[in-house]
Design a protein around this ligand. Structure first.
Ligand code: ZN
Length: 266
């Protein structure tokens, strides 16, 4: 999958560590073996809360020292002619994991996003509650992140889609029916296939773009962010079902825009 492994070792290590490709069980075992019972795990509350991420481990330094961090408040973007997004998503057998921070669905190769003449492969999507990006200061009920990677450079393109409280969502219902209840539990359900296109809003031409980071440690600043303006809908009950498994908050607070430009499709 990564032909140029040596050159790309760094960004890929960052990406895989933070995206948690089912590695949590192994990581926990390693930490136990090191005998370091003082290690504080990153989380969304208490000592491991987002404001402390940068100090938890050396590799997490960007979380506090970085200047192009995510998420951000989406407000007053610069109206621009943004290049079109071309998604070519294929149905993939459901592989769903509870990594202790979110519910994540992993994809087999074959689903791609074309952006600025580059091809990014869809690796996974996962959910946050409330939304991580906000619009003029307001969060929505949830946000899904579709994570794509350029296999040649290791760069990521993440498509964020807001989920607002409203109608019951059939596709979310299918996913939630298989949601692993316990941490580091992973399930493959081959009779269910998942098409990421079903999580996109009808209008995929209106979106924001900016350069940012992973919203979880190590907060690597390697992400082309695309956030759709039109939300999809989920019912109140579906939001509650997610909260019951993952908790009330798995969203990093918004970060300063600093010297970046937020672009907005005209
Ligand atoms: Zn995310």
């Amino acid at each position: 999958m990564y032909p140029n492994r040596l050159r790309l070792a760094l960004p890929i290590a960052f990406a895989t560590a933070s995206l948690g490709f089912g590695l949590l069980a192994g990581q926990a075992a390693e930490e136990e073996m090191s005998g370091d019972s003082q290690a504080i795990h990153w989380s969304y509350e208490g000592e491991g809360a987002p404001e402390n991420w940068g100090g938890l481990q050396e590799e997490f330094a960007a979380c506090s020292a970085g200047e192009t961090q995510s998420p951000i408040d989406l407000n007053r973007g610069i109206a621009s002619e943004l290049s079109e997004l071309t998604m070519d998503y294929q149905a993939s057998p459901l592989k769903i994991v509870n990594n202790g921070h979110t519910i994540q669905v992993n994809f087999e190769e074959g689903s791609t996003l074309e952006l600025d003449g580059q091809t990014f492969n869809l690796l996974q999507f996962h959910f946050h509650t409330p939304s991580e990006h906000t619009v003029a200061g307001e969060p929505m009920a949830m946000e899904v992140h579709l994570v794509h990677q350029n296999p040649d450079t290791g760069a990521l393109a993440v498509v964020g889609v807001f989920m607002k409280e409203g109608r019951w969502n059939r596709n979310i219902a299918t996913l939630w029916s298989q949601m692993p209840r316990s941490k580091s539990e992973e399930k493959t359900v081959s009779r269910i296939s998942v098409d990421a296109a079903k999580l996109l809003p009808r209008n995929t031409e209106d979106f924001y773009r900016y350069h940012g980071s992973l919203t979880t440690p190590p907060c690597s600043e390697i992400v082309n962010w695309i956030v759709m303006k039109e939300p999809i809908q989920v019912s109140r009950r579906q939001i509650q079902q997610f909260v019951r498994v993952v908790g009330e908050n798995n969203a990093r607070p918004v970060q300063p825009l600093q010297r970046r430009f937020l672009l907005e499709a005209e």
